[in-house]
Design a protein around this ligand. Structure first.
Ligand code: SF4
Length: 362
């Protein structure tokens, strides 16, 4: 079995006899002998141990989310009654931990009625209307919009001011997209399906207008370029936008820009993880992917794991683990299990899952 998995690894391979696989791709979860194991489990004698590899390279909070959590914890140390507009991160377990510290999660309807209170703006950012409501209701905002998202909001606003029809590659109901759209007067056209097969999404397109394509930060890079290619074809058929669209880096507004442009605004904190996660999934017999069900990034990264290793399983917490995932068709215990997750998954939760699996099978 091990030789089969080894044959699927990227080349060149490290020398496994001298260098443990886990140190090549990730940090090995410490063996029970080297740490305090909080679980009391006696493995049936004769059952081979499963090696649990915890991915610290391409899993866990991105810097934007980590910064929001740090600020929230700092605030909660000093004041009670801090409100968060929406889930502070798309991970229910982490949200619950922060709520236990005193954070109060509210929806937009409650926010609109709130007066004279402190409110946290999360990394996803908000549309201008949120800031206007806060001003009117005397709310004290702690704004932790990720700098990458804030830059994207500025880009959307500039493109709109320059008269471009703005297309966002993203998900309609995603809070980051709602925020970006707000920065271009809610006039952006949001497209999630890169193949342009959703008529509801393409109906508002005006094929005669100068147009700019940008992306939600957590979408997939191949999908973005597939959408660009399909838009080029569609606009060519419509009589405008002939040929490839022009890539732009900055939008200063000083020089005239081409009529049909695109700017790849996908966050590299995410996309740079893809290849590493792919390799990690190949290198383990089983993958336990930990993320919140609402996490857009979690779904993208999980699909990468699943494509690389069909024996990948998505969970939110340890209760969802199944015994049969760790057993081969021949009835023996698998040799290795990798634990990894999304940019919204806290490292403490990944460690908890790894410890749990280790306590059961290692
Ligand atoms: S994924 Fe990127 S853009 Fe989004 S919060 Fe994290 S660092 Fe910021």
């Amino acid at each position: 079995m091990w030789n089969w998995w080894k044959s699927k690894l990227p080349r060149p391979l490290p020398e496994f006899s001298n260098s443990p696989l886990s140190s090549y791709i990730c940090e090995t979860f410490p063996s029970p002998g080297k740490r305090q194991n909080p679980f009391h489990f006696i493995r049936p004698s004769g059952t081979p141990a499963v090696k649990v590899n915890l991915d610290r390279n391409s899993s866990g909070f991105c810097f934007g989310v980590q910064s929001t959590i740090n600020v929230a914890e700092e605030k909660l140390r000093n004041e009670k009654g801090l409100y968060s507009l929406g889930d502070v991160v798309h991970n229910e377990v982490e949200v619950k931990r922060l709520e236990d510290l005193g954070l109060i999660t509210i929806k937009t309807a409650t926010f609109n009625e709130l007066k004279d209170a402190p409110v946290l703006i999360r990394a996803h950012g908000e549309p201008p209307s949120t800031y206007e409501t806060a001003r009117q209701n005397n709310l004290t905002l702690t704004d932790t919009t990720c700098p990458v998202v804030a830059k994207l909001q500025r880009t959307a606003r500039q493109l709109d001011e320059l008269g471009y029809q703005v297309i966002i590659y993203g998900k309609h109901a995603h809070p980051e997209v709602i925020g970006i759209n707000g920065h271009c007067r809610n006039q952006a056209i949001i497209i999630k399906h890169a193949d342009l097969n959703d008529a509801e999404e393409t109906r508002p397109l005006d094929l005669s207008r100068k147009t700019a394509l940008i992306s939600q930060t957590t979408m997939d890079v191949p999908g973005f370029y597939e959408l660009k290619k399909n838009l080029e074809k569609l606009f060519s058929k419509g009589g405008s936008g002939n040929g490839p669209w022009t890539e732009v880096q900055g939008i200063a507004g000083r020089q005239p820009m081409a009529e049909f442009i695109f700017k790849d605004t996908i966050c590299r904190q995410i996309s740079s993880r893809n290849q590493k996660l792919h390799n990690f999934a190949l290198a383990n017999e089983r993958i336990i992917f930990v993320a919140g069900k609402k996490s857009s990034n979690g779904q993208v990264l999980y699909s990468i794991c699943k494509a690389a290793n069909p024996e990948s399983h998505f969970i939110e917490d340890v209760e969802e683990l199944h015994n049969e995932w760790f057993t081969t068709p021949e009835g023996s215990t698998v040799e290795s299990t990798g634990v990894c997750g999304a940019t919204s998954t806290p490292m403490w939760l990944l460690e908890k899952v790894a410890r749990h699996i280790e306590s059961l099978y290692a």
